[in-house]
Design a protein around this ligand. Structure first.
Ligand code: IN0
Length: 428
């Protein structure tokens, strides 16, 4: 639910949010009729909302392949994550997962909530996988095999060094980049990207998730999940969990800034990868998560809240990113804005300030050298929103249309979702 305060502070979020909401409705209505495909697409909508929307714009063949790839990887991840499975049971499943996807009779029950449904009804995913073209099947099989083996290796191994961290992230995310590059190539729409650049695309996203999810992972029951490398955190505290205690706040933020500085190294490769894409739909599909990642890093940097609760980009900003990302100029503009926002937060007393600024300078230079920055619409938030008669009128019209739309499709439940902005009109 979006709060009244959030919309009041960022009124220009409202239009992209309404657009996104309507696009989500349309996407959910377009679920295919065949039961196995219906299961796959409705599962995709349940486990990943913005990804499910972004995938929607890909051409059918490629979209089906990416949907199945995503669900296979989610299933593999569900096995890896389930701490109630004994290691001697888990390792053989991870190692053989690339064969199970060819067998609609195979199933293994684990996970919770939507993930349990995905595992229990995995035959739908296998059935759909078997309908994909051979090029797509081979790419998915190869990556599933390599990821399963990598996950099995890390079941009994902690992330000690920065090399371990890069290796772990390669298995769980870098390989996704390699796999997607293969799928794009198999679709005939793109040249095959290099493994190094493809890997960086995954590492940038995964390292951002690992930074953002510190508290959730450390508080995981029955056992903490630890992905921050000892080589980094041991410079600041004796145990990784000490970062969450108030008395260690200064050290915690320094450690966080060290982690963000490490993640920023991949941004340059990501920009190079995206600049080589030719198909507009594939481009948007790749660019939106990358912009969300740099935005999240800018939000997390120097932010003690990472150790206290959930730090996420507000929904309105996510909607704006989805709405505005169309060309490489938009990507340079967003990377430039978020890097500048991050740079403004660097305190010279931070132990890694120099390195952080160097990494940011490298990103800013690429964006400047693109020569496209003058066209951008800024993501940097104004301290006070600008209200004028036109804006208020636009908000009023959008809300009226929305209410009309809601009452047309749900006559008995008019205001369940949108009653909050309704109050704004009264306030205005
Ligand atoms: C992804 C990636 C993803 C998308 C597009 C291009 C990519 C290129 C290389 C590597 C990964 C790429 O995107 C999703 C995004 C996602 O799931 N977002 C969540 C929100 C969130 O905060 O987690 C959502 O609800 O929409 C992603 O994070 N991963 C992923 C997994 C499979 C595929 Cl096919 C593509 C996961 C990960 C581990 C970062 C690779």
């Amino acid at each position: 639910m979006v709060s009244l305060q959030a919309i009041w502070r960022h009124p220009d979020d409202l239009y992209p949010m309404v657009k996104l909401k309507l696009a989500a409705r349309r996407a959910e209505k377009q679920i295919p009729a065949e039961p196995h495909w219906a299961f796959c697409y409705s599962m995709l909508h349940k486990v990943s909302r913005s990804f499910a929307l972004v995938i929607q714009q890909l051409d059918t063949d490629l979209r089906d392949a990416v949907c199945i790839f995503y669900l296979v990887l989610r299933a593999l991840d569900t096995v890896e994550d389930d701490t109630s499975i004994a290691t001697e049971v888990k390792v053989p499943i991870l190692m053989a997962f690339h064969r199970h996807i060819y067998d609609p009779e195979w199933h293994f029950s684990c996970g919770t909530k939507d993930y349990k449904v995905l595992m229990d009804e995995f035959h739908h995913v296998s059935t759909a996988f078997l309908e994909l073209g051979n090029g797509y099947q081979d790419a998915i099989e190869d990556i599933t095999m390599r990821m399963g083996a990598g996950m099995a290796k890390f079941i009994c191994k902690e992330v000690e060094t920065i090399d371990d961290y890069d290796e772990y992230c390669h298995y769980v995310a870098g390989l996704v980049g390699l796999g997607l590059s293969k799928l794009f190539h198999a679709s005939g729409k793109e040249d095959l990207a290099s493994d190094t650049l493809s890997n960086s695309m995954g590492l940038f996203l995964q390292k951002t998730n690992i930074i953002r999810d510190y508290l959730e992972d450390i508080n995981e029951i029955p056992k903490s999940r630890m992905f921050w490398p000892r080589q980094i955190w041991s410079k600041y505290v004796n145990k990784l969990e000490d970062l969450k205690y108030e008395e260690n706040s200064v050290k915690a933020v320094q450690c966080l800034n060290d982690m963000v500085t490490n993640a920023l190294v991949h941004a340059e490769d990501c920009l190079n990868y995206m600049s080589a894409l030719r198909d507009p739909a594939i481009f948007r599909f790749c660019a939106i998560p990358q912009i969300m990642a740099i935005g999240t890093l800018a939000l997390c940097y120097n932010n003690i809240q990472v150790f206290r609760g959930v730090v996420k980009m507000r929904r309105g900003l996510t909607a704006k990113v989805i709405d505005r990302t169309k060309t490489m100029a938009d990507v340079y503009g967003a990377f430039y804005d978020f890097s500048r926002m991050l740079k403004s937060k660097v305190d010279d007393a931070d132990p890694n300030a120099k390195k952080t600024k160097e990494n940011l300078e490298a990103i800013l230079k690429i964006c400047r050298d693109s020569g496209t920055l003058s066209q951008r619409k800024s993501y940097i938030i104004q301290s006070k929103p600008q209200y004028n008669a036109t804006l208020i009128a636009v908000i009023f019209i959008i809300l009226a249309l929305l209410l009309a739309y809601q009452s047309a499709i749900r006559p008995t439940n008019i205001c369940t979702i949108w009653k909050v902005p309704y109050v704004i009109v009264v306030n205005v």
